[in-house]
Design a protein around this ligand. Structure first.
Ligand SMILES: Nc1ncnc2c1ncn2[C@@H]1O[C@H](COP(=O)(O)OP(=O)(O)O)[C@@H](O)[C@H]1O
Ligand SMILES: [Mg+2]
Length: 277
């Protein structure tokens, strides 16, 4: 068990890692925003609509994540990429959307890509208390504000993008309290966490130690086999849930914008690069 330092605000106890009363906002606490199918499609969020063929790869990934949840008790999934602009947030949002369709579970999309945060723009959110404000311990920022979309069951904890010392913020005691509260949440709560690109800084690696697993997003024609291998070397294969190949031309949805994926089963035994053909 991880021992925590007591911080100035006493929001984290030093008693072996238990957090003091951080109640994470759930779907019932969320501020509901306007949303409908047309907005969703215009934002490239297909995962809510199982009739849309573009939701299929996400529903298949969802099934795999449920297998991993069942077999390994994994619930806290980080999404990483080697570099920006390969579709990491697109995959996070669509997979979270797909997961949220199952009423047995409560799914939260969390934006911890503090500098390049984009769930705000994607879902049209101007956060009252974003994750960054919570981490910076600003006045009246005791918990991040949760958002939901009209007619959907997805909870979103967004953050406002900006030049911040994200590695330090994500290593502080408030981040620790938040991640511990996520872990202590009911077993039917699932978290899809948009993490910073791995080679930007050490933020992703820092947060990942507190999560169960990660998915790596690679973009065909942009992410190299070397980059993908370096990400997995850095983060380790024990927590690797899978590799998502975005904009894969031969992919499951082929309008030039397909998505394909490879999963943890037996993954550690193959060379990641071999799969990126
Ligand atoms: N497979 C895809 N189909 C449609 N749009 C996509 C796809 N992948 C990425 N995009 C779009 O490309 C842009 C960059 O993707 P984004 O997820 O923000 O990248 P990252 O989070 O890796 O920086 C976004 O506008 C996103 O909607
Ligand atoms: Mg992003």
């Amino acid at each position: 068990m991880h021992r925590l330092r007591q911080n100035e605000d006493n929001d984290v106890t030093a008693d072996g890692g238990r957090t003091a009363e951080l109640k994470l906002p759930a779907l019932a606490d969320a501020v509901v925003l306007p949303w409908d199918s047309a907005i969703s499609k215009s934002k490239h969020v297909y995962g809510f609509d199982s009739l849309d063929p573009r939701s299929r790869p996400f529903n298949m990934m969802r099934a795999k994540l449920h297998e991993l949840r069942h077999e390994r008790r994994w619930r806290l999934f980080g999404v990483v990429s080697a570099t920006p602009k390969v579709g990491k947030s697109f995959i996070t949002a669509n997979l979270a959307a797909s997961l949220s369709r199952d009423p047995q579970f409560e799914t939260t999309a969390v934006d911890l890509d503090l500098r390049l945060a984009s769930l705000t723009t994607l879902f049209g959110i101007d956060p009252k208390v974003g994750i960054r404000a919570y981490l910076e311990n600003r006045p009246s920022a005791q918990v991040p504000t949760a958002y939901a979309l009209a007619g959907e069951r997805l909870t979103i904890w967004p953050t406002v993008a900006g030049a911040v010392r994200s590695a330090e913020l994500l290593a502080n005691s408030r981040a620790e309290a938040m991640l511990q509260a996520m872990r202590a949440s009911p077993a039917n709560r699932l978290f899809m966490i948009d993490l910073p690109p791995v080679f930007a800084n050490d933020d992703a690696a820092t947060v990942l130690k507190r999560l169960d697993a990660y998915l790596v997003v690679a973009e065909e024609g942009r992410t190299t086999q070397r980059e993908l291998r370096d990400v997995i070397d850095l983060l380790g294969s024990d927590q690797l849930a899978g590799v998502v190949l975005n904009k894969y031309r031969g992919g499951l949805v082929s309008e030039g914008y397909g998505v394909d994926h490879y999963y943890a089963a037996g993954y550690g035994t193959t060379e990641p690069g071999d799969d990126l053909r």
